[in-house]
Design a protein around this ligand. Sequence first.
Ligand SMILES: NC(=O)c1ccc[n+]([C@@H]2O[C@H](COP(=O)([O-])OP(=O)(O)OC[C@H]3O[C@@H](n4cnc5c(N)ncnc54)[C@H](O)[C@@H]3O)[C@@H](O)[C@H]2O)c1
Ligand SMILES: O=C(O)C1=N[C@H](C(=O)O)CCC1
Length: 233
Amino acid sequence: MKIGLFGYGKMGKMIEQIAQQRRHTIVAKVDINTTEVDYKNMDVAIDFSTPDAAFNNITTCFENEVPVISGTTGWLSDYDKAVDICQAKKGAFIYASNFSLGVNVFFELNSYLAKMMSTLNQYKVSMEEIHHTQKLDAPSGTAITLADGIIENTNYLDWKLEEGDDKIIPITSKREGTVPGTHTITYKSEVDDVEIKHTANNREGFALGAVIAAEWIQGKTGIFSMKNVLNLK
Ligand SMILES: NC(=O)c1ccc[n+]([C@@H]2O[C@H](COP(=O)([O-])OP(=O)(O)OC[C@H]3O[C@@H](n4cnc5c(N)ncnc54)[C@H](O)[C@@H]3O)[C@@H](O)[C@H]2O)c1
Ligand SMILES: O=C(O)C1=N[C@H](C(=O)O)CCC1
């Protein structure tokens, strides 16, 4: 597979390594100062850039009939517009806030736990995410996906980056050293706590998931998720 990398930072470099181990070829490394891109030579684009660059990178790929795997977080206010452009061009698109296989299982566990907790009013949920100090967005995209999973399965209405009222999920975002990504969800009552946690030990899991998604999307048309790729439920 011939891969165009959009964003050649920490994740772009890790994806290059994993893709080459899986016998793929990197045909473009597009970063902030790139002036020309040859889309004709690309089977797929993998975008791990920045919140302000992602939408333009992704939709330019659709205009050039290149399927896109997007891992960039912090640009989702434009997600629906990107989907419209993809569908108009009969393209193919996967966005995931987190491509790690473990986190995608954790997303399912989170939804299942939320469903069970939804009738136990004595528990109040909260979330903590910890990432490295270079991270531009807060809360993490993963934390937002986890909050959405809780909202879909309980009476919680929204999330907030601070203590909210009863129906709001409070998210605490910490930025420490080089932490690749840790997410903890706690249901607290007077008598006990129920907690689930995912810890990324490095960035390899994110990169592997993105390359697996790029392999999976070959020959397909439409809007997909990691749930489709991993055949979860
Ligand atoms: N979905 C996931 O699994 C997952 C995992 C890790 C990181 N991320 C997200 O991926 C993104 C990148 O993370 P990172 O750790 O590699 O960050 P990074 O800062 O190391 O790399 C981002 C790169 O994008 C480049 N860039 C800036 N403008 C650009 C443009 N117009 N076109 C192309 N590239 C441009 C920057 O110069 C930089 O090299 C972030 O949004 C992060 O939250 C997602
Ligand atoms: O390093 C980052 O930045 C990460 N971003 C994603 C997020 O915002 O959830 C995934 C974890 C790492």
